[in-house]
Design a protein around this ligand. Structure first.
Ligand code: SF4
Length: 388
């Protein structure tokens, strides 16, 4: 069965405020019945508040509208993100005065306030530590900004929960699952000269010598776009660039999200994504690059998987804005989602939606409901006459 995803186009027919994205957010909040659902609830609004010089996270004007809707409905809103992003968020315009509610570090100032969950162990992860402020809330509004991500190609609504609701050690462990399956077989590369040549073969600096195990390769999966140049140099069987390592991160994201969602009743959670100014990498990098995809609009749904699939479909309608891609990155495939062109074939943004659906977090089938369809304004058929 398909789930409804409410959508506001970034396009407008007329130059009027009511046809712009903040106004369409209001319509989406109406369709999601946010005001009617939050009375008496402690409402956590989870967003990414960015870092350092980033200016492409969700603009405060959108956040304030969500806060106001919660207040209108009699809920008690607060905004949260991980400690190191909340610290200094005022420099990016996120203050209680501007947003209309408190902003708390999700697990306290030292990231120690957490709840451990031992269900769903995965590879080296035995316990998932959910940030205390998030689990303590009774209603979840997941408000994400869409952008690229170096580990999995795309970061949106699932990643906002998957990494953003866990404390530091769990976030690190989630990145480390990419190293769980062996990819380096040193006995197949005994020659130091061959080892050196292998290190030098990667144009992206993804291959380094393991600082704890000299003579061993450490692969920075975030930097690797699976171009395969190293495999042409590596002695036979010594190195694998294998989908299983890359896919592990996305599976961990789906499991992590399921753990956080399990702390809220199904009717006590909703999700929204703002797909504007989409940069090549995550908002935690502390800067904003040029947008590499055209703005795709704003989306909302109670079904996280349907929402994420709809955003991915919408953002794949147009090709990558290749002129805006940083010159240190390369486009080496033009198959699938445009973010896959940039981050490589093993970082398919859709994969996490498949894992999430398997875990029962929602349905990839969706019905897109445009909350303010763009009117095709009639243009006169009379010939244009230039003024003199
Ligand atoms: S596949 Fe390409 S980017 Fe990845 S480690 Fe090998 S050379 Fe580097």
């Amino acid at each position: 069965m398909s789930s409804k995803v409410y959508y506001g186009s970034p396009r407008q027919a007329r130059l009027k405020a009511e046809e712009t994205l903040p106004a369409k957010l209001d319509l989406i909040l109406d369709r999601l019945n946010v005001r009617e659902r939050v009375k008496g609830e402690s409402v956590v609004i989870k967003l990414h508040s960015g870092n350092n010089l980033g200016y492409s996270t969700i603009h405060p004007i959108f956040v304030r509208k969500v806060v106001q809707a919660v207040k209108d409905g009699g809920g008690r809103p607060f905004i949260t993100d991980v400690d190191w992003d909340v610290r200094g968020a005022e420099a990016r315009g996120y203050t209680p005065e501007v947003l209309g509610c408190p902003i708390y570090p999700s697990a306290g100032l030292e990231e120690r306030y957490q709840y451990g969950h031992a269900e769903h162990p995965y590879k080296s992860i035995k316990t998932w530590n959910v940030a205390g402020m998030i689990q303590d809330a009774t209603f979840l509004i997941n408000f994400a900004h869409a952008k690229g991500h170096p580990s999995c190609g795309y970061g949106g609504a699932i990643k906002n929960l998957a990494l953003g609701c866990m404390t530091g050690p769990t976030r690190s462990a989630m990145h480390d699952v990419m190293h769980f399956e062996p990819y380096w077989f040193p006995e197949r590369c005994p020659d130091p000269a061959a080892f050196k040549a292998l290190l030098a073969s990667c144009p992206h600096g993804a291959l380094v010598e393991d600082k704890h195990h000299p003579g061993h390769i450490h692969l920075h999966f975030e930097e690797c776009n699976q171009c395969g140049r190293c495999l042409k140099v590596a002695p036979a069987g010594s190195l694998k660039i294998d989908p299983v390592n890359f896919h592990a991160f996305q599976e961990a994201c789906a499991i992590s999200t399921s753990v956080t969602l399990s702390t809220f009743a199904p009717e006590k959670r909703t999700h929204m994504v703002l797909a504007t100014h989409m940069t090549p990498v995550c908002d935690c990098f502390g800067f904003t690059s040029m947008p590499i995809l055209p703005d795709a609009g704003i989306f909302g749904s109670d079904d996280l998987v349907a929402l994420e699939t709809a955003v991915l479909d919408a953002t794949s309608q147009n090709p990558l804005l290749e002129a805006n891609v940083p010159t240190s990155m390369e486009v080496h495939t033009r198959v699938g989602h445009p973010l896959r062109w940039l981050h490589g074939p093993h970082k398919d943004p859709y994969l996490v939606t498949a894992y999430a659906e398997q875990l029962g977090l929602g349905s990839r089938a969706y019905e897109l409901v445009d909350v303010f369809p763009v009117e095709q304004v009639f243009q006169s058929e009379a010939v244009y006459i230039a003024a003199r």
